[in-house]
Design a protein around this ligand. Structure first.
Ligand code: PLP
Length: 395
């Protein structure tokens, strides 16, 4: 008998994937340029030139070494280079021994959850959240997600609601700032308060509560916004990072787990991360892109294109009466839908070939996610359609 739970996961596409496929079908009928697909978070700016150069130069090297397995945790030289980059930018003293290279943030999160969680444990996540957390935590690690409701005025943390979600079974809390889907960046004040509350609860419950910081958008911020480096505020942090967004390399699958030496039981935890990677059959992260990451860590593509898209979309939509926070980072806008039923609203948007994702998928009904990692021209031509859609409600 096959595993029915896995069969179900594999048979049901996520709403985002459904929309993406629907967009392809519509494109065949009305033409690609007439489908306004804001569904998926695929970076729309090219990788930095340095990435291309690194690929060419590395590919010209010894092919046997280049394409061989690396150490399970990543090549030692690569990990040392990434640790040096973190030290340079954040004043840390990590070595490569704190880093475990992975196939992107998805694999990093899966390893971190598997390393920390046992069946029956609880993990607190904040709505709106990246939907795959449920998959990794519940179906992957056999633990339970406890969701803190969204703080819709600013998408910072509702601390009263958080406190009600914490108990002796809480093993981990997940944050994602800059956030997918809201674009919010947690203020330093928010992180300080979170660190205080978790420290107090660790004492009360007598065990560590790991703060798993999912940071694929760390460098994608606008208007000089600062993203606090979480391990500076809370020792029991595990960072899950990816080069998918910062270097526009989502298909190449490269990222890491950072287990800072200050975290509780850090050597055992690091070993557990390696063990989780082994149990999941990850073997090692892609070897060519380990080297590329080592050479390009800390860089980004030209994110001013995302900022221009954000401004155009935010100004356009708010002028029409849509209500929305101004995102400080990532490449998503998360406006309120013009009727409480977000699924009905997003269905109606399809009439105009506007493909946007219902907030319910992220645990925040009454919203829609618009991925603005698209060509500027797509936004310009979509705005009149958003206006027509709004007129259906405001008329
Ligand atoms: N976490 C968040 C918040 C994301 O938005 C994504 C991808 O969109 C991931 C993790 C997974 O990223 P990766 O492509 O590195 O696996």
């Amino acid at each position: 008998m096959i595993n029915r739970q896995m069969q179900e996961l594999g048979s049901k596409r996520s709403t985002i994937r459904e929309l993406f496929e629907y967009g392809n079908q519509r494109a065949a009928v009305v033409g690609r340029e007439n489908v306004f697909d804001f569904s998926i978070g695929n970076p729309s700016i090219p990788a930095p030139d340095a990435v291309r150069q690194a690929i060419v130069e590395e590919a010209a090297g010894d092919p046997v070494a280049l394409h061989g397995y690396t150490s399970a945790q990543g090549a030692a030289g690569v990990r040392a280079a990434l640790a040096a980059d973190l030290s340079r930018r954040f004043g840390t003293d990590y070595t490569g021994d704190s880093l475990y290279l992975t196939a992107g943030a998805a694999a990093a999160l899966s390893c971190a959850f598997r390393a920390v969680l046992c069946p029956g444990d609880e993990v607190v996540i904040f709505a709106p959240y990246f939907p795959e957390y449920r998959m990794f935590i519940e179906s992957g690690a056999g633990a339970k997600c406890v969701v803190v409701p969204p703080s819709v005025a600013d998408f910072q943390i509702n601390f009263d609601a958080l406190e009600q979600c914490l108990n002796e079974k809480t093993k981990a809390v997940v944050i994602n700032s800059p956030n997918n889907p809201s674009g919010a960046v947690y203020a330093e004040q928010t992180i300080r308060r979170l660190a205080e509350m978790l420290t107090e609860k660790e004492r009360a419950y007598g065990h560590p509560i790991y703060l798993i910081s999912d940071e694929p958008y760390r460098e994608i911020v606008y208007d000089g916004t600062q993203v606090p480096f979480i391990p500076h505020y809370y020792a029991d942090t595990v960072v899950c990072y990816s080069y998918s967004k910062s270097l526009s390399l989502p298909g190449e699958r490269i990222g890491y787990v950072l287990v800072p030496p200050q975290a509780a039981d850090s050597s055992d935890l690091y070993a557990a991360v390696c063990g989780a990677g082994r149990a999941l059959g990850y073997v090692c992260a892609p070897s060519l892109f380990q080297r590329v990451a080592a050479r390009c860590a800390g860089m980004t593509g030209d994110i001013s294109a995302y900022q221009a898209n954000r401004d155009l979309l935010y100004q356009g939509l708010t002028a029409m009466g849509y209500r929305c926070i101004k995102p400080a980072g990532a490449f998503y806008l998360f406006p309120q839908t013009l009727e409480p039923d977000d699924r009905a609203f997003c269905e109606r948007a399809k009439k105009y070939d506007l493909l946007v994702v219902p907030g319910s998928d992220f645990g925040a009904p009454g919203h829609m996610r618009i991925s603005y990692c698209v060509r500027e021209d797509t936004i310009r031509r979509a705005l009149p359609l958003f206006e027509k859609l709004a007129q259906e409600y405001f008329a």
